[in-house]
Design a binder for this molecule. Structure first.
Ligand code: ATP
Ligand code: MG
Length: 379
């Protein structure tokens, strides 16, 4: 059972072991395709879509674990330089038979800064001069080190003075220039044309929130961190980062059962929180991190509801950490409301036989699909 993780170091580039790949038997087209790329800390995800009629059709997708490129175990967060990242991107593009050069990149939430601010203006024309000045108060690094962007939040709930024409609520987004430069270099080195970059929050919302969803919470369980976004009317209202992720579950498991990290990772993925016939210490060790993440999330959601007097209707789980077996049941007991796994592939068309596979893999690809959908719309 533990064979493949152990052999990964020997067969670094045996992609059947390292990468999860699907493509339509080399049927990716040369024209019209666009590629969403999510360079996460533990793995790169790519999704190629094509417009057919009015819909977006899935052409290929793949995920490549980055651990071996940084000499660490699969499932752990890495911090690779642009040269190594480009190498990995070239590898997954080849292995997944990505044929289009037109890519769009999701940018890590940790490289960005988001805030909802209220400005005492009614006239949007004033914003171009006001927002950059105002941003200095909110962005915790020198303003010349970031690229800022913003948009006006429609005042659908009449919470601010916008309805009376006295204030505007603005969603302010800032990205570290260094991170932007790094992502662009990675794309360029891989001979791909990065159309645009987008903070992963927005990509996740596009792929995983449905129009009929009211106020929802997205919980992105990554390798080293968990990201929480409160979304209302498709617009992010509050963000929060928790410094615990799925790799911490693996480390706890490795300690408790005296297993290598690679073996613990394998065990986590295969057994998860399921109890029947398994060593109870497995569930206990995984729960140690999980409960910390869920308790902190519940606190943030509760505080948001009290402050805004609204009710979050649903929690949507994304990220590779959301694939943990039994997670949904545990999360439901914490949030005491509807909790679902993200199903981002539901926004694209694919052959029926892939239904189960894509439902299962979906949460991992929320960012890549979301950013690809935007690129497709901009073509
Ligand atoms: N089937 C599974 N069961 C449990 N955990 C899993 C499973 N598959 C992957 N994971 C875990 O998910 C984590 C990776 O999630 P994800 O791919 O969302 O992270 P990332 O995007 O690379 O990181 P980040 O978003 O923090 O930069 C890893 O720690 C991995 O162990
Ligand atoms: Mg991620």
């Amino acid at each position: 059972m533990l064979e493949w993780t152990l052999s990964v170091y020997v067969m670094l580039f045996d992609f059947s072991k390292l990468a999860k790949i699907f493509n339509f038997g080399g049927l990716t087209s040369d024209e019209g395709g666009v590629v969403g790329v999510d360079i996460g800390s533990s793995s790169i995800k790519v999704v190629q879509l094509k417009r057919v009629g009015g819909g977006a059709v899935l052409e290929t997708y793949g995920e490549l674990q980055l651990g071996p490129y940084a000499n660490v175990e699969i499932g752990r967060a890495t911090n690779l330089d642009p040269a190594r990242l480009s190498e990995a991107l070239v590898d997954i593009v080849r292995e997944a038979s990505v044929s289009s050069k037109k890519i769009a990149l999701g940018i890590s939430y940790s490289a960005s800064f988001l805030a909802v601010i209220t400005l005492p203006v009614a006239d949007e024309a004033q914003l171009a001069s006001m927002v950059p000045i105002e941003a200095r108060k909110y962005v915790p690094v020198p303003i010349n080190e970031v690229t800022i962007d913003w948009f006006v939040i429609p005042d659908t709930r009449g919470e601010t003075g916008a309805a009376k024409g006295t204030t505007l609520r603005i969603l302010l987004a800032a990205i570290h220039n260094e991170a932007l430069g790094k992502y662009r270099t990675v794309a360029k080195n891989a001979a791909l044309s990065a159309g645009f970059t987008e903070i992963e929050v927005f990509s996740t919302i596009r792929s995983s929130v449905l129009e009929e969803d009211g106020i929802v919470v997205l919980l992105d369980l990554g390798a080293a961190t968990t990201k929480l976004y409160v979304v209302d009317g498709g617009i992010v209202q509050r963000t929060h980062s928790i410094t615990a992720g799925s790799q911490d579950m693996t480390l706890a498991l490795s300690q408790a059962l005296q297993l290598s990290v690679a073996d613990a990772e394998e065990l986590k993925r295969q057994v998860g929180l399921s109890e029947a016939g398994n060593d109870p210490r497995i569930k206990q060790s995984l729960n140690f991190t999980l409960e910390r993440i869920l308790a902190e999330s519940r606190r943030v959601v509760g505080a948001y509801e009290i402050a805004t007097k609204v009710k979050v209707s649903k929690v949507i789980l994304t990220g590779g950490g959301a694939l943990l077996k039994g997670l949904l049941a545990t999360a439901k007991t914490y949030f005491e409301r509807d909790v679902v796994l993200a199903d981002p592939f539901s926004k694209v068309e694919y052959p029926a036989f892939l239904e189960d596979t894509l439902k299962e893999a979906g949460p991992s690809f929320a960012v890549a699909i979301g950013v690809a959908l935007r690129r497709l719309n901009e073509e």
